[in-house]
Design a protein around this ligand. Sequence first.
Ligand code: ADP
Ligand code: ADP
Ligand code: ZN
Length: 215
Amino acid sequence: MNIILLGPPGAGKGTQAHRLVDHYGIRQLSTGDMLRAAVKAGTPVGQQAKAIMDRGELVSDDIVSALIDAELAAMPKDTGAIFDGYPRTRAQAEELDSLLAKHGRKLDRVIELQVDEEALVDRITGRFTCAECGEGYHDRHKPTSVDGVCDKCGSTEFKRRPDDNEETVRHRMQVYRSETAPILPYYEEQGLVSRVDGMASIGDVADSIDALLDA
Ligand code: ADP
Ligand code: ADP
Ligand code: ZN
């Protein structure tokens, strides 16, 4: 199973991808997570990407495609992949096709999470994650059960992303509209796109995705 989760920043891609990993035993390939890890480790890629990410612009197609290539090369062929935040441009979509072919895979489905832009700023500015296990939370929509303690691993350390502020989010939405949304027709021509109402609750969105994948 090879699936793309597509949607603007805050649509719920990471939240749903995380759950699919647990549910179907597939791997989440998030270029955002990979880039943040590179920034943290201070690698050359990270040093190049940091300022671009802080501005909410796109890192070069070559960099992100190389990250995906390396991950696919290191994965067993029969382990499914869920692409979260990649591809984000037409060039990346075409590159992904070659990478999938190179690694003996094919794309099964593109799931578009449809959301109102107005909800996105609220989702992004309330977003935080566990510093230990990466579980995603939201100040109001998905708080921890016990204040200040991760439900999953019990850690008391959390983090917020430097690019999750209103100004950068508005810019990231524009970039999504101009660079990323135009890849939908590419996949529509191939009959691969399914749409899910991303404004529903986290649990209901998960149920809709399961229904699509089990069909
Ligand atoms: P993306 O990966 O698409 O940028 P996330 O999965 O990180 O988005 O979700 C952004 C924020 O919104 C997180 O804080 C998450 O807990 C919250 N969230 C995700 N899905 C929903 C939903 N269906 N309803 C309300 N809040 C949600
Ligand atoms: P979100 O899901 O909230 O939009 P991501 O974690 O996917 O955020 O991405 C964070 C930032 O990392 C993006 O704003 C961009 O700068 C960079 N990035 C992530 N994935 C890509 C990609 N496929 N192509 C170019 N830049 C990317
Ligand atoms: Zn945790």
